[in-house]
Design a protein around this ligand. Structure first.
Ligand SMILES: [Zn+2]
Length: 198
């Protein structure tokens, strides 16, 4: 039986890391921390899920077509690939979002797997009760995913495994406050190792 806990890694893709089309400062630094959580979750036989932004070339999400962002994470381009420092196990469930050219889709709960199963169904079917969330970017996709997750699951926000865009200074901090106020619990690798949470 799988553990009632799952790890959700949000959008740790090349375009959101230094050198990418929509780089988050130190975005790649989340990988080393997430790798430790991945190892612990694999050991517990818990689900590891990785979401990805997976846009068509033409989408209202991009500036060129009236949206807020430069083109990023276009399907099947190197920018859309997971960052190579992230050590995803072979059995990782990949869920994709942002395919609809009329929608932004920041939340991983708008993502589906290869069989078009929505994330929520994947988690429910696996009996998941607790979702641990890290990745990119704090003030957009992580925030949207956590706020959605809180409607159905107990949520731990991995505060040392997230980085934000901070278009306005303080956006990430505000996003973290908002997630905690909404009921997310804070977790760091240090606390995780110390408490040996099982
Ligand atoms: Zn996007």
């Amino acid at each position: 039986m799988s553990a009632p806990r799952a790890l959700l890694i949000v959008d740790v893709q090349n375009d959101f890391c230094p050198g990418g089309a929509l780089a988050v400062v130190d975005g790649d630094k989340v990988a080393a921390v997430l790798n430790k959580y991945i190892a612990a979750f694999v050991k517990q036989d818990a689900l590891v899920i990785a979401s990805r932004d997976w846009h068509p070339r033409k989408t209202k999400h991009f500036k060129e077509f009236g949206g807020p962002w430069p083109a990023h994470c276009v399907q099947n381009t190197p920018g859309a690939a997971f960052h190579p420092a992230l050590k995803l196990p072979a059995r990782t469930i990949v869920v994709s979002k942002g395919m609809d050219p009329d929608k932004d889709s920041y939340s991983a709960f708008q993502a589906v797997d290869g069989r078009r199963r929505p994330l929520r169904d994947i988690l429910k079917d696996a009996g998941v009760k607790e979702l641990w969330v890290g990745g990119l970017a704090t003030d957009y996709c992580v925030k949207a995913s956590v706020l959605d997750a809180l409607k159905h699951f107990k949520v731990y926000l991995l505060t040392d495994a997230i980085r934000g865009v901070d278009i306005n200074p303080g956006d990430s901090k505000k996003a973290i406050d908002e997630m905690l106020k909404a009921g997310a619990r804070e977790m760091t690798l240090e606390n995780f190792s110390r408490k040996r949470i099982t």
